[in-house]
Design a protein around this ligand. Structure first.
Ligand SMILES: Nc1ncnc2c1ncn2[C@@H]1O[C@H](COP(=O)(O)OP(=O)(O)OP(=O)(O)O)[C@@H](O)[C@H]1O
Length: 311
C-alpha cells in the first residue's frame, strides 16, 4: 500500500438492493493524474464521496496517504483538495469572500486567496457575487477553493463541466503543472478525449465495477484502427461485407466503417475482395479509433449501454 497515495480495497456501496459501487480497488501513485471514467450513473461520484469520507462504504475501505478514510478523520482534509459535482459557494458572497471564508476556516496564510484568484484567472470576477458567475467561472471558483491550501492530493469530480474550450485548456495546463510538482490528481469525467490528454492512468468504471485500468501507453496500444470504405453501391457492399462476416456501420460522412482486427492488418485483402465482387472502393482510409469510440467499445464489451444515458 505504501507506494500509493490513493488506495481502495474492494470498495463497495449499495443503496437498498442497488449496488452502485462494486468491489473497486484503485491504486494511484504520487504525481499521477488518474482519469476516472464512466457514463452517467456509473458510480464515479459515489466513489469520490467515499474517498472523501462523505459517504460510508457498505464494505471495503479507502486510504489516502496511508491513512484510512473515515468521516471523523479531520487530518484528511489538510491533505486533500476537492471539488464534487456542484462547486460549493455562498451565492450572496463574492468570489474573494467565498475564498476568504475557506482560508480562515483552514488557517491558511492571507496571500493564498489573491494568488489562487490569479492562478485561476478570476481576477476580474473577484468582487462579483458567486450567484452571478457563469457556470465556467463558478467551476473555477470551486477549483480555486480546492487548491487554496496547496494540498498534495486533489479529487475533482467533472472539473471542466461548463467551461469553454479555452477554460478547458487552462485547467488542463494547471493540473499538469500541479502533477509535475508532485500533486496527485484524481479526476472524474465521462469524456475520455479530454481525460486522455492529461491522464497518466485511466480507470473505467461501469455499473459500479472497475472494468479496466490502464496506463496512457496501454491505452494507445489498445486503441484499434478502423477501415473506412466508400463504394458506389453502399447497400449491396454492406450486404457483401456482412456475408464475409464483417460488422459494418455507416459513419457520419456516409462511409462504411469496419472495425475488425484482421481486416486492419491486411486492408489490401479486403479491398481486393471488394474489387473482385464488383464493389471497387472510391475511397479507402485506415483510421485510428478515437478515444471516445474506444471507451464506448470497452463498455459495450462489458454489458453494453442498455439503460444508460448516452453521453
Ligand atoms: N443516495 C442515493 N440513493 C440511491 N441511489 C443513489 C444515491 N446516490 C447515487 N445513487 C445511484 O447510484 C448510481 C451511481 O451514481 P453516481 O452519482 O455515483 O454516478 P456517476 O458515475 O457519478 O454519474 P454522473 O456522471 O451522472 O454524475 C446511480 O444509479 C444513482 O442513481
Amino acid at each position: 500500500m505504501g507506494e500509493y497515495i490513493i488506495y481502495t480495497d474492494q470498495l463497495s456501496k449499495s443503496y437498498q438492493n442497488l449496488q452502485v459501487v462494486n468491489q473497486v480497488s484503485l491504486r494511484v501513485k504520487k504525481g499521477e493524474i488518474y482519469g476516472f471514467l464512466g457514463l452517467n450513473g456509473a458510480g464515479k461520484s459515489t466513489t469520490i464521496r467515499m474517498l472523501l469520507g462523505m459517504i460510508q462504504p457498505t464494505s471495503g475501505s479507502c486510504f489516502i496517504n496511508g491513512k484510512k478514510v473515515s468521516a471523523g478523520n479531520n487530518q484528511l482534509w489538510k491533505q486533500v483538495g476537492y471539488m464534487v459535482e456542484t462547486p460549493f459557494a455562498y451565492p450572496e458572497l463574492t468570489v474573494r469572500e467565498n475564498l476568504e471564508i475557506f482560508r480562515k476556516l483552514h488557517q491558511i496564510n492571507a496571500s493564498a486567496v489573491t494568488s489562487v484568484i490569479e492562478r485561476l484567472n478570476l481576477t476580474s470576477f473577484a468582487d462579483k457575487k458567486a450567484k452571478h458567475l457563469s457556470m465556467g467561472n463558478a467551476q473555477r471558483l470551486g477549483i480555486a477553493k480546492a487548491l487554496l491550501h496547496e494540498p498534495p492530493v486533489l479529487l475533482l469530480d467533472e472539473p471542466t463541466n461548463g467551461l469553454d474550450p479555452s477554460g478547458i485548456v487552462e485547467i488542463r495546463e494547471l493540473l499538469l503543472e500541479l502533477a509535475n510538482k508532485g500533486t496527485t490528481v484524481f479526476i472524474s469525467s465521462h469524456i475520455l478525449g479530454e481525460i486522455a490528454k492529461i491522464a497518466t492512468k485511466i480507470g473505467i468504471i461501469h455499473h459500479g465495477r472497475l472494468i479496466q485500468e490502464l496506463t496512457k501507453e496501454q491505452l494507445e496500444q489498445n486503441r484499434i484502427t478502423k477501415l473506412m470504405v466508400k463504394t458506389r453501391d453502399r447497400k449491396n457492399t454492406v450486404s457483401f461485407l456482412n456475408s464475409l462476416g464483417y460488422i459494418v456501420r455507416e459513419n457520419e460522412n456516409g462511409a462504411m466503417e469496419i472495425i475488425d482486427r484482421e481486416a486492419m492488418k491486411k486492408p489490401d485483402e479486403l479491398v481486393s475482395k471488394l474489387v473482385h465482387a464488383n464493389y471497387a472502393p472510391t475511397m479507402v482510409l485506415v483510421e485510428e479509433e478515437d478515444l471516445e469510440s474506444y471507451f464506448l467499445r470497452v463498455i459495450g464489451e462489458n454489458g453494453g449501454l442498455e439503460n444508460e444515458a448516452i453521453i
